[in-house]
Write a protein that binds this ligand. Structure first.
Ligand code: DQA
Length: 144
C-alpha cells in the first residue's frame, strides 16, 4: 500500500512556531515518527510539504492512480482553499484530514474546512499521533 503525507504552509516551522499550540517537535521529527510507523505497518510512504497552494494542487494531481491513500494537513489552506479540496476530489484517492491542534476549539475561522466534506475522517487536537491514526484509517479502508 502506498500513502502520501501532505503538509501545507508553515508546517515546516514546527518546533519553532507557536510551541504552546503545536508543541516542540520539529517537522523532521514528525517525518521520522511517521516513517517508523509506516515501516512497522509495511506501508510505502511519500512526504510532501509546501507553502504554496498551487504546488500542493500539482502534487495531489501527480498522485492520480499512484497512491492508495492521502494524509493531509492543509494547514491554513484548510480554511481557504477550494482548489486543494477540488484536487482531492479530482484524484478520487481516499484521504484523512489531520490537524495537530484542536481547530474546533480555536478561532471561528479555523472551524471552517473546505476539505472535511469528502474526507474519510477529520482528526484534530491529537498532536503528531493524529497522523498515525490517519494511517490506520487508510489501512483499514484499503482492506475493505
Ligand atoms: C493546523 C491548524 C490550522 O488552522 C493552521 O493554519 C495550521 C496548522 C494544525 O495542524 O493544527 O497551520 O492545520
Amino acid at each position: 500500500m502506498k500513502i502520501a503525507v501532505i503538509n501545507g504552509p508553515n508546517i515546516n516551522m514546527l518546533g519553532i512556531r507557536e510551541k504552546n499550540i503545536y508543541g516542540s517537535g520539529t517537522y523532521d521529527a514528525l517525518l521520522e515518527k511517521i516513517s517508523a510507523y509506516c515501516e512497522e505497518k509495511d506501508v510505502d510512504v511519500d512526504f510532501f510539504q509546501s507553502n504554496h497552494e498551487g504546488a500542493i494542487v500539482d502534487y495531489i494531481q501527480s498522485l492520480y492512480e499512484k497512491a492508495d491513500g492521502i494524509v493531509i494537513n492543509p494547514a491554513a489552506y484548510t480554511h481557504t482553499s477550494v482548489a486543494v479540496a477540488d484536487a482531492l476530489k479530482a484524484v478520487s484517492i481516499p484521504y484523512v484530514e489531520v490537524h495537530i491542534s484542536d481547530v474546533n476549539k480555536r478561532e471561528p475561522f479555523r472551524q471552517i474546512s473546505y476539505v472535511s466534506a469528502a474526507a474519510l475522517k477529520k482528526i484534530a487536537g491529537k498532536g503528531f499521533d493524529g497522523y498515525l491514526e490517519a494511517i490506520d484509517i487508510l489501512i483499514r479502508n484499503d482492506e475493505k
